[in-house]
Design a protein around this ligand. Structure first.
Ligand code: GDP
Ligand code: MG
Length: 163
């Protein structure tokens, strides 16, 4: 079975930046159904000789406040269903937001391994600030900079260890 790593989280945290850094080659778009599945991109990646598919998700939430939970739940459930492991991305630049907490609430129920990744940790100061995400209660926080690639090696070592 092919291993699949899904990147989930709210918009603008840097999911697509990490996706573009990881993938060597994009997969042809699959036949496509709902808005949620349309808003997904697949690519091939390799780390330390292990090959896997990466899924970039949109993270968009539309509609009224009370729809947030159900829309996030739908996106996360599709991602979790198909993945071997998930990367839950948050942003050290903006800090912890209510939408991050909504994603965390849904992801907490996951039976798949979830890696909490604090992106935009471009400086030592930001790396230190990433400890605030321990508040989510999702285990270890992995500070990375998707822009420069720093921290992504340590993260990927842990992710591919799940395969
Ligand atoms: P997505 O909506 O989660 O897919 O986020 P994008 O990948 O589109 O990135 C949103 C914005 O954050 C863009 O302006 C990126 O250039 C910026 N960004 C992404 N990763 C980093 C990073 O590691 N450091 C910094 N400083 N900016 C980043
Ligand atoms: Mg994106």
């Amino acid at each position: 079975m092919a291993n699949i790593v899904a990147i989930v989280g709210r918009p603008n945290v840097g999911k697509s930046t990490l996706f573009n850094r990881l993938v060597e080659r994009r997969k042809a778009i699959m036949d496509d159904e709902s808005g949620v599945t349309r808003d997904r991109h697949y690519g091939y990646a390799e780390w330390t000789g292990k090959h896997f598919t990466v899924v970039d998700t949109g993270g968009y939430v539309t509609g009224s406040e009370d729809k947030f939970e159900s829309e996030i739940r739908k996106q996360v459930e599709i991602a979790l269903e198909e993945c071997t492991a998930a990367i839950f991305m948050v942003d050290t630049h903006s800090g912890l937001t209510d939408l991050d907490k909504d994603f965390a609430n849904v992801l907490r129920a996951s039976k798949k391994p979830v890696f909490l990744v604090a992106n935009k940790a471009d400086t030592t100061e930001r790396i230190h600030e990433s400890v605030e995400f321990y508040e989510l209660g999702m285990g270890e926080v992995y500070p990375v900079s998707a822009a420069t690639g720093s921290g992504t090696g340590e993260l990927l070592d842990k992710v591919v260890a799940e395969f």
